[in-house]
Design a protein around this ligand. Structure first.
Ligand SMILES: [Cu+2]
Length: 133
C-alpha cells in the first residue's frame, strides 16, 4: 500500500513537471513573438543608401546614410529656419555655413569612414555619413 502512494507521488511529480515545461514553452513562444514586433522601428535607424538628405522639422532626414567613396551628398534645407551642415569629428567633412530656407549644399566624400555632423545653430540636430569603398 505504501508503495502505491510512492508511485502515485512520482506520477504526480512527472505530470506537474510536464505542465511546467509546457507553460514555460508557451511563455517563451509568446515573448519571442512580441519581441519581433519592434524590429521594423529599429531598422528605420539603420543607415540608408542615398545621396540626398533633407533638413526639415529641425532634423536631418535620413539622419544616417551610407554612400560609396566619391559620392557627392546634397543637403537641402526645407525648414523655415536657417541650418548648417557642419562636421563634428575633426575630419575633412562637410562645412556648409548658413543654409537659409530652400538652399542646398553638396559635399563629395573621397575618403572612407564615418563622418558625423551637426547643425552648428541647433547642435541637437545630428547626422552621419558612412563612406564605403
Ligand atoms: Cu539648425
Amino acid at each position: 500500500m505504501r508503495k502505491n502512494i510512492i508511485i502515485i507521488a512520482v506520477v504526480l511529480i512527472v505530470v506537474a513537471g510536464g505542465v511546467i515545461v509546457y507553460v514555460n514553452r508557451n511563455s517563451v513562444f509568446g515573448s519571442s513573438s512580441s519581441t519581433m514586433s519592434p524590429m521594423p522601428t529599429s531598422s528605420s535607424t539603420t543607415p540608408q543608401s542615398t545621396n540626398s538628405v533633407s533638413i526639415q522639422n529641425f532634423a536631418f532626414s535620413p539622419s544616417a546614410i551610407t554612400v560609396k567613396k566619391g559620392t557627392t551628398v546634397t543637403w537641402t534645407n526645407q525648414d523655415s529656419a536657417t541650418h548648417t551642415v557642419t562636421e563634428t569629428d575633426g575630419q575633412d567633412g562637410p562645412k556648409s555655413g548658413d543654409l537659409s530656407t530652400g538652399k542646398s549644399y553638396s559635399f563629395t566624400f573621397n575618403t572612407t569612414g564615418t563622418f558625423k555632423y551637426e547643425c552648428s545653430i541647433h547642435t541637437d540636430m545630428t547626422g552621419a555619413v558612412t563612406v564605403t569603398e
